[in-house]
Design a binder for this molecule. Structure first.
Ligand code: TMP
Ligand code: MG
Length: 216
């Protein structure tokens, strides 16, 4: 029909604590979608290959110290550096599966005492996810999965507080767009539930609409 547009891809975001299995599920989902003939690509934040990503990497690996606000804005700028690419992929019909997004941005900064609204502001208007899959795991179960590395934030006490911040974030996201999945299970078990949720989104009416703008 006149004016009919091709259905766009879905923007799927995984969130959760460090070691909750996000990267594994992102790779698995992209592969399964491709096998089913659905075009899909992976993305991740922080994207350490970008200009801002290099600075973020030295901060996380504790080679550099930065003011809490400066690092917060760098994480946001890192998303803005990729935002147009994500939008183009979605509009070309490609599904984008992303490992962390602005929710991590708020959670990890808010626990340092920065206000919620200040943390949220720089990400306003970014491409909005169609679905956030929050992989729920206790900080102790996460730690027992091969342990944390030496990066900043990879400490049980920090993860505990971040978990609380994520809980509050989930409550603020539009109904049905934030789904919590029990992650303390086998990869395949979690993966099956992930695929089912994503297929629902791909078949839904949302793919005929424009990509939303975060928090607007
Ligand atoms: P990664 O382990 O997924 O590469 O993420 C590195 C760390 O960066 C992780 O502890 C979460 C944190 N982070 C933020 O503090 N702000 C952000 O905006 C993002 C995306 C991650
Ligand atoms: Mg990590």
């Amino acid at each position: 029909a006149a004016g009919a547009r091709q259905r766009r891809g879905a923007f799927i975001v995984f969130e959760g604590l460090d070691r909750s299995g996000k990267s594994t599920q992102v790779a698995r989902l992209v592969q399964q979608l491709n096998e089913r003939g659905v075009k899909a690509v992976a993305a991740r934040f922080p994207d350490r290959t970008l200009t801002t990503g290099k600075m973020i990497d030295s901060y996380l690996s504790q080679k550099a110290d930065l003011d809490d606000r400066a690092i917060h804005l760098l994480f946001s700028a890192n998303r803005w550096e990729r935002a147009n690419q994500i939008l183009e992929d979605l509009n070309r019909g490609t599904t984008v599966v992303c490992d962390r997004y602005a929710f991590s941005g708020i959670a990890f900064s808010a626990i340092k005492g920065l206000s919620w609204s200040w943390c949220r502001a720089p990400d306003i208007g970014l491409p909005a996810p169609d679905l956030v899959l929050f992989l729920r795991i206790s900080p102790s179960a996460a730690q027992s999965r091969g342990g944390f590395g030496d990066e900043r934030y990879e400490k049980t006490e920090v993860q505990q507080r971040v978990k609380g911040a994520f809980k509050r974030l989930g409550e603020s996201v539009e109904e049905g767009k934030w789904v919590e999945l029990e992650a303390d299970r086998g990869v395949d078990e979690v993966g099956q539930e992930v695929l089912r949720r994503v297929e629902e989104v791909l078949q839904g009416a949302g793919m005929d609409k424009e990509v939303g703008k975060l928090w607007t």
